[in-house]
Design a protein around this ligand. Structure first.
Ligand SMILES: [Zn+2]
Length: 277
């Protein structure tokens, strides 16, 4: 063999390897499961993508921001971080359990005996479809116990890894850093987060500070159904919405960075431990 063809062969092999690598690392046409056809999905999962983000929300009153805040927030979060954590995005479950707020206009509450098995089935089906890391982006505190229960069952039955994230709690220190005080349900934190991507649906003109009530203190001191306010401050005197566009952008970015960091770190630790690989 002469020198020239050997060089040519080497070039061709290198080109073929590069093309193969490019095809492997090429991002999917979309990361949203609802937009993929079944053939595309089959090509991606599990061979190319092992992680799915699943937003779980609620339809309930939130001060002067959208009733769908608990769904809209984790959905926007999923879109913002999906590429960073190399995940697909499952459709949002827009309904949740909100018995103490169902008296307010436009609220819908699913009873726990229907919600818990439904949520479990969603996670179970995602595992059956080949995802190894199922990341629940929860937007609503009333769902947390049911989601933790579903996560535990599905993880051990299907031998997959499930992470349930309550973003407003994970972001506790970010709330205190950005607003210089604690947050609240439909307070500074949730209002800012939604304002960052849906400013036209935030209504400061409807807001009055008396629309806010601090959570019972000490915790468990009393229980009201319906709740007397839809803005519920974690701490008395703190957490009122600020409606500040700059804070909104900063908060959205910092919260999403924190959530992405937790996901990447958790998957790394699961891999290192070799559990349900
Ligand atoms: Zn909320």
């Amino acid at each position: 063999m002469t020198k020239a063809p050997r060089t040519l062969t080497a070039i061709l092999i290198a080109a073929a390897l590069a093309a193969g690598a490019a095809a492997q690392t090429k991002p999917p046409a979309t990361r949203e499961m609802v937009l993929l056809c079944w053939q595309e999905f089959g090509e991606l999962v599990p061979a190319r993508i092992a992680t799915v983000l699943v937003p779980f929300g609620s339809l309930e009153p939130h001060g002067v921001i959208p009733n769908g805040t608990d769904s809209l927030a984790p959905e926007a979060m999923a879109r913002d971080i999906a590429a960073r954590v190399d995940a697909l995005i499952a459709p949002t479950l827009n309904y949740g359990m909100t018995e103490a707020m169902k008296a307010f206009p436009g609220a819908v509450s699913i009873p726990s005996d229907a919600y818990a098995p439904f949520a479990e089935s969603v996670l179970d089906n995602l595992a059956a479809n080949g995802f190894k890391n199922i990341i629940v982006l929860n937007g609503h505190g009333g769902n947390t116990a049911a989601l933790n229960g579903a996560a535990t069952k599905v993880a051990n039955a299907r031998r997959v890894r499930v992470l349930v994230i309550n973003w407003w709690t994970l972001a506790d220190d970010i709330t205190k850093a950005v607003f210089k005080q604690n947050g609240g349900h439909a307070g500074n934190n949730e209002t800012a987060y939604v304002q960052a991507f849906l400013p036209e649906f935030i209504h400061p003109e409807r807001y009055k500070p008396e629309m806010a009530t601090p959570n019972p203190a000490p915790s468990g001191a009393y229980y009201a159904v319906p709740v007397q306010s839809t803005i519920l401050l974690y701490e008395k005197g703190q957490g009122y919405p600020t409606f500040d566009a700059g804070q909104a952008k900063e908060y959205f970015r910092k919260v999403n960075d924190r959530v992405a960091e937790l996901i990447l770190d958790t998957v790394k630790k699961w891999d290192l431990a070799g559990v349900y690989k």
